[in-house]
Design a protein around this ligand. Structure first.
Ligand code: NAI
Ligand code: MG
Length: 482
């Protein structure tokens, strides 16, 4: 194995304030009573900043600002004018990409290599993509848009709640299509990763976005609940756990609020014996160890054809032994920190359950730093379909390995899950890829690749993975009255 000298990205490019308010109506305001909490760097447990847990009155103020901006400005602007703001935001994100990548890695724990090369380019691409749609909604093929002049209508005020695994990217997935379609938003980032959303508030000011079009209220579950329940919200968009998604679905049932839910997953990554195994190994690593496995569409179940199991697992273990775990700001780091102590507990307890139920654990032999929250790349063999580690979302760098003999058995096992967000198929045979894609109950099926994202492509799930699609032309539907 090579020795690497440390190659840390400088954190001088970020300017973190000791304390943040809420971003309402284009201004920073103090919470009307919420507690103050700290956000930490999960790689060092160092406190980065203090922020507010917004209370109901704060949420009400933000929704009121969003409603006013919707009625008086944003819904009246022609699409080509809205597009100019979105293009401007996209360009500012590109200009400030390095700063935002460092900030994301500090607050979330993900390696700079990923925040710099994956998250930030996709964030900018999302704004560019939906900026392009803003003046073409009548050609998108929805509802009242007749292609001749009638513009489909926006919904109104969108309440948007996002998780901590891709803080700025999930913000982009939510805000870009909402604004392109003429809605205004109140967005709540996750309580462990508020900083890039707060930086985005500054970007809205820099872009001269009219006050109230974007409002950012920080806080935890209670703030999210108040936002979902607010009577003047027209649309709820949520990404996070299936448990909270269920609660949200119950809350909005019987109201006229539109909802999209993007929830958990337990994706099968299926390797046939004719696949290019070295390539498949890279795809498996990318599938489950990218972003510490904090990925809703992670390939957390490896289904490998029995005849190549030994060969593939040997190659995979060799590859995992070369992964570098440590300082997220080091450009050589592959595996960063687990986002929070709570998430680390969950990963540990599910992994322990895996051993108790009889699966065999193997972890890459990497040194673990003294401070912060870490979990080594781990895989389990001898996993049965009934095991918790084969059914429940671990949301960490843990792979459960199962085997199959025939394509039909692979499909059966892959679909044997309450979730249905994504799947991967590795084979040289094109006809088999199409056959599998047809049978897999998953929103996305990747062929000979994994975790590949593009703003033009719709993303979303079946069953307990949620409903509605984000991204692409399909993603517009969630923000139009059609
Ligand atoms: P969570 O679902 O509690 O958090 C996601 C967001 O929802 C956060 O902004 C949170 O503040 C907010 N929230 C929490 N309770 C709410 C409520 N009652 N009403 C409205 N908003 C509420 O997820 P958590 O606790 O961070 O993670 C638990 C598990 O959920 C993870 O271990 C993972 O399995 C799964 N998860 C899945 C994600 C995905 O992308 N599909 C993202 C985050 C977590
Ligand atoms: Mg943090």
């Amino acid at each position: 194995m090579f020795e690497y000298a440390p190659a840390p990205e400088s954190r001088d490019v970020v300017d973190i304030q000791p304390s943040y308010g809420l971003f309402v109506n284009g201004e920073w305001v103090d919470s009307l009573g919420g507690e103050r909490h700290k956000t930490i760097n999960p790689a060092s447990e160092e406190v980065l900043a203090e922020f507010s847990y917004a209370v109901e009155a704060d949420v009400d103020r933000a929704v009121t600002a969003a409603r006013k901006a919707y009625d008086s400005v944003w819904s009246r602007l022609p699409g080509r004018e809205r597009a100019k703001y979105l293009f401007r935001i996209a360009r500012i994100i590109q200009e400030r990409a390095r700063e935002l990548a460092v900030l994301e890695s500090l607050d979330n724990g993900k390696p700079i290599r990923e925040s710099r090369d994956v998250d930030l380019p996709l964030v900018a691409a999302h704004f560019f993509y939906y900026a392009g749609w803003a003046d073409k909604l009548r050609y998108a093929g929805f509802g009242r848009g007749d292609g001749l002049g009638a513009e489909p209508r926006p919904l109104g005020v969108a309440a948007q709640i996002i998780p901590w695994n891709f803080p700025l990217l999930m913000l982009a997935w939510k805000i870009a299509p909402a604004l392109a379609c003429g809605n205004t938003v109140v967005l709540k980032p996750a309580e462990t990763t508020p900083l890039t959303a707060l930086a985005f508030a500054e970007i809205c000011r820099q872009a001269d976005l009219p006050p109230g079009v974007v409002n950012i209220v920080t806080g935890a579950g209670e703030t999210g609940r108040a936002l979902v329940e607010h009577p003047d919200v027209n649309k709820v968009a949520f990404t996070g756990s299936t448990e909270v998604g269920r609660m949200i679905a119950r809350t909005v049932a019987g109201t006229r609020k539109k909802v999209t839910l993007e929830l958990g997953g337990k994706a099968a990554n299926i390797v046939f014996d004719d696949a290019a195994l070295d390539q498949a190994v890279e795809g498996i690593v990318n599938g489950i160890f990218f972003n510490q496995g904090h990925v809703c569409c992670a390939g957390s179940r490896l289904l490998v054809q029995e005849s190549v199991e030994t060969e593939l697992l040997d190659a995979l273990k060799r590859r995992l032994s070369t992964l570098r775990l440590g300082d997220p700001l080091d450009k050589n780091t592959d595996i960063g920190a687990i986002n929070s102590a709570a998430q680390l507990d969950k990963i540990r307890s599910l992994s322990d359950a895996g051993e108790q139920e009889g699966a065999e654990r193997w972890s890459a032999p990497c040194p673990i730093p003294d401070k912060g929250f870490w979990f080594p790349p781990t895989l389990f063999t001898g996993v049965a379909q009934s095991h918790r580690i084969a059914r429940e979302e671990i949301f960490g760098p843990v792979l459960s390995v199962l085997t199959f003999r025939t394509p039909a058995e692979a499909v059966e096992k892959a679909n044997n899950s309450p979730y249905g967000l994504s799947a991967g198929v590795w084979t040289e045979k094109g006809s088999r890829i199409l056959w599998m894609a047809d049978k897999l109950r998953a929103g996305v099926v990747w062929a000979n690749t994994f975790n590949r994202f593009d703003p033009t492509s719709p993303f979303g799930g079946y069953k307990e993975s949620g409903y509605g699609r984000e991204g692409g032309r399909h993603g517009l539907e969630a923000y139009l009255d059609v």
